[in-house]
Structures are given as structure tokens and as C-alpha cells.
Design a protein around this ligand. Structure first.
Ligand code: ZN
Length: 113
């Protein structure tokens, strides 16, 4: 079984994804591209994780970027380059957040816009 991507030796399998993976077709390639640069931290959520109701602990990692009006995703560190190329355009903050349950290893993606 091949993981979709690996972050800090932690494998993320399609089979363990808590949502419909097809809805994240455009997000997964971005995570794959960035996987080696993402840092995972252990965090406690306020409520028990929905997946198993056994823990509040999660591995958490995020990618901070922006989307433009054509829905292109721009990484934070590409912003200067982007502005040189396209000038000042209106950009939306777009954060891809990844949570993985420390008990059952199920994971999900949450987008903050
Ligand atoms: Zn769980």
C-alpha cells in the first residue's frame, strides 16, 4: 500500500482519509509537492476526534499560500516572484491544514480561506 504522501516519515494513506478524497483532487498535488517542507506538530483539539472519540491529540501540519482570481495556488515564498510577473493582483489567503489522529491514524484536510 503506497501512501499518498509522507511528511516527516509519517505516511498518509488514501484509505485512512476521513472525507471524500475526490473532493481534494486539486489539493493533494500541492501537498505532495510541499511534503518535504511541512513540519508536523502534536496538538490537542478542544473536542475528542470524531474518527474514534478516543483522543484529542492530532498531528498537525499546514501550508500557507494564496489563491488568485484564476484559482491558481501561490506558495507564500513565491509571492514576490508572482508580483513581478503579474503585478498587484487581489489574492486570497488560503491555508491547507492537515490533521491526523494519534489514536486511529485517520486524517483529514481542512481549508481556511
Ligand atoms: Zn481517531
Amino acid at each position: 500500500m503506497n501512501p499518498l504522501f509522507v511528511i516527516e516519515n509519517e505516511k498518509f494513506f488514501k484509505e485512512d482519509f476521513l472525507d471524500d478524497i475526490n473532493e481534494y483532487d486539486d489539493i493533494i498535488p500541492i501537498i505532495k509537492e510541499r511534503a518535504s517542507k511541512i513540519k508536523l506538530d502534536e496538538i490537542e483539539c478542544v473536542d475528542l476526534n470524531d474518527c474514534c472519540n478516543k483522543t484529542k491529540s492530532n498531528l498537525y501540519g499546514d501550508i500557507v499560500g494564496y489563491t488568485d482570481e484564476d484559482e491558481n495556488f501561490i506558495f507564500q515564498e513565491e509571492i514576490e516572484e508572482y508580483k513581478k510577473q503579474y503585478g498587484e493582483r487581489f489574492l486570497n489567503l488560503y491555508v491547507i491544514r492537515i490533521y491526523k489522529c494519534l489514536n486511529c491514524k485517520k486524517w483529514l484536510i481542512d481549508i481556511m480561506e
